[in-house]
Design a protein. Structure first.
Length: 362
């Protein structure tokens, strides 16, 4: 100390320290009240900002009180410098952590609120958090008097060696960024790869994409493999899609009657079954004279990929019940085998007049 400690020093120091602590407490209470109001708004960004300020503001007030108390005390210039430096580093650290939380939280809020952007993609959140923390670390070193120019040069040279050693990891990183930037795949989409994996995309991080199958199993796919695979995205360009159901009726059926009854069943399913598209226009297309039936395709509209199983289930049950009530027969494939001396002759049922298949007997 430059002079002896006296009451004239302790009183202002105590006042400054008490004011700082009181300010920290009042700010904490105020920000808690603001957090309650922010939680009732539709935008999630204000929650992120208020939550970050609840950490930064009290620390800043307390640090200001300690700095004021130190200035009131008769400290030597060296001690005063060290106290101020410690408080500055503490504030920079708290501000850096707070800024990282705010930026990451805002990025997460933006991606979850906007259509066509990665809903839960942690890759953007992690990259922004790392960048903010790295900048804060460099600022702290500069404050401590450590020159960061040689460090940046060493990082540039060492980064080249690291890039060569981590080619696969960096390939997955940039592949993930490319996938999200191109908006071909986003979390929540249902995808199917040419290698057979399919399911809902849970997350795309810096290395891999997590896909949840309909069986609730998780499949982990490296981003590089996902970027180079042939893939079908059932959610884009729109979530709704059509599914095809193959049906067949006997040759003696009245096809106009079949079409009318099937259309009524389609309309019933589209309006009563969850996940169907009520405004979907029924579509029936006859296409095949089969061995025992006339085949046609029913086109159904579904809200999203997983809805098709429930809609197909209900449609087939209701169509079968309605066909039985209307007397419409759905024949099963059958063949008649006639045994003759030296040959076996098979006749397809329902197709009179065609040449029979003759298979020599051993």
């Amino acid at each position: 100390m430059t002079e002896e400690l006296a009451m004239d020093h302790l009183v202002p120091a105590s006042i400054a320290l008490g004011a700082g602590l009181l300010g920290a407490f009042l700010l904490r209470v105020l920000l808690r009240w603001l957090a309650g109001h922010a939680g009732r708004t539709r935008w999630g960004g204000d929650d992120v900002v208020v939550a970050a300020l609840r950490t930064l503001a009290p620390w800043a007030a307390a640090a200001g009180g300690v700095a004021g108390a130190a200035a009131a005390l008769p400290l030597t210039r060296t001690v005063q410098h060290h106290v101020n430096q410690v408080l500055t580093i503490l504030l920079i650290f708290v501000a850096t952590v707070t800024a990282a939380r705010v930026v990451a939280g805002l990025v997460r809020t933006l991606t979850t609120s906007r259509s066509g952007v990665a809903g839960s993609a942690t890759i953007f959140v992690n990259i922004t958090r790392i960048l903010v923390l790295a900048i804060g670390f460099l600022v702290m070193l500069q404050t401590l008097g450590v020159s960061i120019a040689p460090m940046l040069t060493a990082l540039g040279v060492g980064g080249l060696a690291v890039a060569l050693a981590l080619q696969d990891t960096l390939a997955n990183l940039f592949a993930g960024i490319h996938i999200l930037a191109s908006k071909t795949v986003q979390p929540g989409d249902y995808i199917q790869l040419s290698s057979g994996e399919e399911g809902y995309v849970e997350d795309i991080n810096w290395r891999q994409t997590t896909v949840r199958e309909l069986s609730n199993n998780l499949v982990v796919i490296p981003n590089g493999q996902l970027a180079t695979s042939n893939m079908t995205n059932f959610m884009r360009p729109e979530q709704r899609l059509t599914v095809l159901v193959q049906v067949g009726v006997s040759y003696d059926s009245d096809l106009d009657h079949v079409e009318r009854v099937t259309t009524e069943v389609i309309a019933e399913v589209m309006t009563e079954v969850g996940g169907a598209v009520p405004e979907h226009e029924p579509a029936i297309r006859f296409h095949t004279f089969g061995d025992s039936r006339i085949g046609f395709t029913v086109i159904l509209g579904v809200g999203e990929f997983s809805d098709q199983y429930r809609i197909k289930h209900e449609f087939i049950k209701r169509l079968h019940r309605r066909y039985r009530a209307e007397g419409i027969r759905i024949p099963s494939p059958a063949r008649t085998v006639a045994l003759q001396q030296g040959a076996a002759v098979t006749f397809p049922q329902q197709r009179a007049g065609e040449d029979a298949d003759v298979v020599p007997l051993p």
